[in-house]
Write a protein that binds this ligand. Sequence first.
Ligand code: ADP
Length: 491
Amino acid sequence: MVPAAISSSKRRFQRLPVRWRLTAVSASLTFAILLIFGMVVGQLATQRIRDDFNRDLENSASRLVARTRIVERPFSEPQVFSPDLADVSLPNGATARVVRIDGQVLDEAPERHFHWGAPSSGVFSIGSLTVATQPILGPDSSVVGYVQYARSDERVSETITKLWILIIGGILGGTALAILGGLALANRAMRPIAALTSTAREITATRDLSQRLPPPVAEDEVAELTQTLQEMLTALEASQAEREAAMQKQREFVADASHELRTPLTSILANLELLEAQFANLGESEEHEIVTSAVRSSKRMSRLVAALLVLARSDAGQRRPTADLDLAAIADNTAREIAPNLGQRKLDVRSDAAPMIGNQDDLHRAVLNLLDNAIRYSPPDARILMRTARDDKSGSVTLEVADSGPGIPVAMRAKVFERFVRGVGGSDTNPTDGTGLGLAMVQAIVESHGGTVAAESSKELGGAKFLLTFPQRKAAPSKAQPEAPSGIEPA
Ligand code: ADP
């Protein structure tokens, strides 16, 4: 039970902050040392004060004895020759008397009467008085009586009490000083560590490894720790920079590769389409089917490469040149471009002015993708609605593409923007056409324009609805911004 209690308080002590532990240890040591020292000094001083007092009494008694004589006379009272006891004793607040050996009081200072007890040589305490008794010798050197000299030891006790108060005050004061000093010292010693902790916290919060730790002031263990941590941070920063550079290189490589792939792909597609047209003229044949399939694959590959290019550019943080433009015009152009693919579907475009700043090609690509999806994921007789608008109150412009197709399940709506996420729906109508990158690309384009994109369900048409929102261009038309930081290439 006891060892358990000890170990639990030990554990509690070890959990205290270092500064408190240091202070506690130094203060308890100081207290113990002061206590032992104070006790010894106090004891010695008390003893000394008492001895002095007693010796003083004895001396006074001896002096009185030297001046006192008892003359025995036969058949009559003995005669005492002594100084006036009142004079001798009273100035000191003392009292005295002369007694015969048989205890008969021969002379006594007036006023102070108390119970002296039986006289015998030495110093004794009686009540609050200390009594020194010295023998008076007769002519034959035999003891004939005693002189008793007494004084209250009140003053001595007072002095001793004061002494002890002083000693105890000293011990407590010294301990208090040790606590304050220990705390101040420990605080000072811990200050660099507190600074380290707060900087480390800041680095954790901001993830900014380039932050510098506070430079150490002394050449101590903390300085060594600071230096080691700083070296670690520098090494981490270097490796982070290396990794970042490698990733950036890779992203740029993907962007460059996709860009380079587009030209040969366009040429392949053009040739294949030419070939397809020729075979179509020759009527149904196996070759025609093969070429048709190749055209479809090439188209899909084109889409894939285009999406890859946009995503790689956005990953690499490449900014594209922007200009003042009207989203309505882009919507109209794209609608015209996609018209041949509509089949029986009906595309309704309501393009109100939607001025914004952006990259024409990228926005066009995004709208094209949305229309393409609306066609691919809706039945042949579906209705598609594209609308642009401006909202001056919120300072935004919007573009919306809705269809009467099957729509997107609620659970899928946030997911469809992720890369390579493909839902159902398209598979029935066109099993090989999707890439799973289209909407991810749309999102990357919208976000690079400071806008947002959301997948919803269309109240009007019952199918899917994609809503793109961008910041509106301010009333004063700003100039085109052709400034092209390095890495920007026209599409
Ligand atoms: P995919 O190449 O598969 O079309 P996207 O990123 O363009 O890739 O689309 C992701 C998924 O979102 C699609 O697989 C499809 O399930 C769903 N989706 C996109 N547009 C529509 C739409 N208009 N109607 C229904 N589902 C859609």
